[in-house]
Design a protein around this ligand. Sequence first.
Ligand code: PMP
Ligand code: GLU
Length: 399
Amino acid sequence: MQNTLSRRISALQPSATLTMAAKAKELKAAGHTVYDLSLGEPDFNTPAHICNAALTAMNEGKTHYTVASGIPQLKEAIIQQYTRRHGLDYSTANVVVTNGAKHALHNVFTVLIDEGEEVIVPAPYWVSYAELIKLAGGVPVIVETRQENNFKVTPEELRAVCTPKTKCLLLCNPSNPTGCMYNGEELGALADVVLEKDLWVVADEIYECLIYGDTKFVSFPTVRPGLTERTCLINGVSKTYAMTGWRIGWSIAPTAVTKSMISLQSQETSNPCSISQYAALEAINGPQECVAEMLVEFKKRREFCAKRIAEIEGLSCPVMGGAFYAFFNIKAFLGKTYGEKFIETDTEWCLELLEKKGVALVMGSAFGAPGYARASYATSLNVLEEAFLKIEEFTKEAK
Ligand code: PMP
Ligand code: GLU
């Protein structure tokens, strides 16, 4: 019999974030107490005015196919938001509304990357980037960054990995999984390399509204002239408005790239859910107090996590400028025995922590950073308090 699965799909790894979340849910369903810090999804309900807009859309019969690339009102709202926030001047011909930001990434990589072309991905990186690049036939070139540099790639590190096959740089700012944030100057220095080496940039700015420190968020294409022609922006409503289940994201890219992504989307999925599009329209054009309210809560949780990580001897993490992740160094606890069990890797450590203490994290290896673990603090302070007590207890068992 012939091989059942294609080579391309056989090489695909399942999403580690979703796998850990599923494991946590399974244990919960079996009656165990689980402190789930695995998944990066706000625990808040979608604000009521957004849900009401979806109800209105349904009641008004907006339940049919829309244009494959999204309703014009939503595209218009998206570009106006970019003008308001960043002074960027796009037209609706630059926008594709997608089934979540993950889908926008799939579209972008599929359209930009030819077989064998390289995409530079600074590590630690969000789990899906490398897999989506490979699925598109590209080669992810992982650049390691350092905790002392807050896991930010430097222009020298970037230049060192460029080859004649390099097509593109992936930048996630603020970062999932590290929570670190580039300032305008740092982005400018990276942009100089991008221009010098004639690269494309996929700039994932999905956490741009979840910023905590004094560093101002700067959208990548604003830092140097000539970047809008070579940048594909990725964004969406999932994180900012607690709308993960609605599945609305988007890309903003040069028109030729956008045109091809629309063709791709028209063949693969058609439009994203019509009702969700109207909800997203209300999210962007409606009152924004809900975002500020959620941010206040995230801020408290971030401070709590930073304090606990500093208190637990042996753990450390970089400055968390944005998003809702704490990415901490657990190297001091590897190569140790816990009870009868010898634990060598971050994966073993996270699995044992889940099994013995009921705390679900995601292992750093899944993000290309062995020796670390990621905690999502998009969950209540009560859960975080319990989870860190258990983590502390676990670290003390290491012999
Ligand atoms: N980019 C980053 C950096 C993310 O953390 C996520 C998490 N889901 C996504 C994209 C995908 O977002 P969505 O849920 O809208 O597909
Ligand atoms: N992006 C979130 C995370 O990193 C959600 C899960 C996913 O889409 O991978 O946890």
